[in-house]
Design a protein around this ligand. Structure first.
Ligand code: UD1
Length: 430
């Protein structure tokens, strides 16, 4: 089975380029099916989630041509089927964005109901409430969501919780609905804004994305466009914490520093230097870091997708830190794995109480989910000795060339699948 093998201890030093934002890409790929004209998407990250969504789109007749590793040309004029198979939803939840795009353009969509997942129960009631408010009939039977509409008409929709997924899904569906839609209590994440900008570049009329009220005036059709996806806030944040936890010095290039403010602020608070440039950011850590408290919140708060990375860093910092997870209820699964490396973290409800230790020691661990998996890799990079991380397929969902990028910064990490490769690595690193 494929795994990462890591020899920890080296400070990561150098420069790294950040890929396009996975979570923006998923919305943008789905939205690209809302015109019969060709759409070119640039800066698309080459990660498992985007590749699975592309396969799901191809399965219903969307033509996807790869112009290079990070550029695709999409033409959806030949869609001949409105059902996204359950297999895709199992692999990637965000296939549910095809509900908003297909319903918006073709007035019908059938997508398997996504179940709970590794980070907790994830209801989609707000998506369904919104589709109904726009005039769709939505039924759930046999594990499938069937959505159909004779006519879609704008409406005033108040989201009961701040949800990225429902905001993007409803925005897509509303751009071709007749009249005005107002989405209140909308999510403000950078990827929501990126999907809105993309739709506007196709001729949609969306205003207010990035605030909590989004106003959409329906248009009769969308046209082709060429669009470049924003940099990945979470990949960038992960490398920022890689610098912090290994006492390194990393220049992180191709980022939007504004999107990283909540992360930079915490790093400065615990004793790192963070230098901002136009489209890059340098993080330097020279000493053992300090404790802090952090609570995950919707943007512009500290992202839940960065919670495991800050927690493993605090687990090596001086003193007691408290991390509160307010978005997903089951996002501390990595704590058991971390304790095998010497971490001292107690979880009570949605709070982790972290007693910083001086040292992690290498262990055999397994990635419980995408971001926790990346955080455990960071722990391995800071640990004494050898760490192996299994279940890396989850990490590959969202990180492009993760081991290669880390190696370019001086990390000792390899992706291996056979015992003899493990032995070879151990001989090499001594
Ligand atoms: C997206 C991101 C994910 C990130 C999360 C929060 C993608 C593909 N994934 O997930 O990486 O961790 O935002 O920033 O972009 N909720 C409801 N009802 C709904 C929808 C959501 O109660 O209909 C709740 C969820 O259970 C959760 C909260 O709202 O507690 C936020 O979820 P949401 O923002 O929708 O997360 P996702 O879009 O699934």
């Amino acid at each position: 089975m494929e795994q990462y093998i890591i020899k920890g201890g080296a400070p990561l030093v150098g420069e790294v380029d950040i890929a396009g934002a996975k979570n923006a890409a998923l919305g943008i790929l789905a939205a690209a099916t809302m015109t019969d004209e060709s759409v070119v998407i640039e800066n698309l990250p080459d990660v498992r989630d985007t590749n699975v969504l592309i396969q799901a789109m191809e399965s219903i007749g969307v033509m996807v041509e790869r112009l290079d590793r990070h550029t695709v040309k999409i033409n959806a004029s030949m869609i001949d089927n409105f059902t996204i198979d359950a297999g895709y939803i199992r692999k990637i939840r965000a296939s549910y964005y095809m509900l908003g795009s297909l319903l918006g353009k073709y007035h019908r969509a059938v997508v398997a109901l996504p179940g709970g997942c590794e980070i907790g129960s994830r209801p989609i009631d707000q998506h369904l409430k919104g589709f109904r408010a726009l005039g769709a009939e939505v039924e759930i039977s046999g594990g499938l969501i069937n959505a159909e509409a004779k006519r879609l008409a704008g409406n005033h929709i108040y989201l009961d919780v701040v949800t990225v997924g429902a905001t993007i899904n409803l925005m897509m569906c509303a751009v071709l609905a007749e009249g005005k839609t107002i989405l209140e209590n909308a999510a403000k994440e950078p990827h929501v804004v990126d999907v809105a900008n993309f739709l506007n570049s196709m001729g949609a009329n969306i205003k207010g994305a990035g605030t909590d009220v989004i106003r959409i005036k329906g248009v009769s059709k969308l046209h082709g466009t060429t669009y470049s996806i924003i940099p990945d806030q979470i990949e960038a944040g992960t490398f920022m914490f890689a610098a912090a936890i290994t006492k390194g010095d990393i220049m992180i290039r191709n980022v939007i520093p504004k999107h990283l403010e909540s992360i930079s602020a915490k790093l400065i608070e615990i004793g790192c230097e963070v230098e901002e440039f136009d489209d890059s950011l340098r993080v330097v850590a020279t000493k053992r870091l300090d404790h802090t408290n952090v609570k995950t919140l919707p943007y512009p708060g500290f992202p839940t997708d960065m919670q495991p990375q800050i927690a493993v860093t605090l687990a090596l910092s001086r003193g007691t830190s408290i991390v509160t997870e307010s978005i997903f209820e089951n996002r501390f699964k990595y704590v058991d794995e971390l304790s095998r490396m010497g971490g001292n973290v107690k979880v009570e409800g949605n709070t982790a109480i972290i007693e910083g230790v001086e040292l992690f020691t290498g262990a055999s661990i397994s990635a419980p989910d995408l971001r926790a998996g990346a955080a455990l890799v960071l722990a391995g990079l800071a640990a004494e000795g050898i760490t192996t991380v299994e279940n890396i397929v989850l990490i590959e969902r969202g990180y492009e060339d993760f081991p290669q990028k880390l190696r370019s910064l001086g990390a000792m990490i390899e992706k291996v699948s056979e015992e003899k490769e493990i032995q070879k690595f151990k001989l090499k690193v001594g």
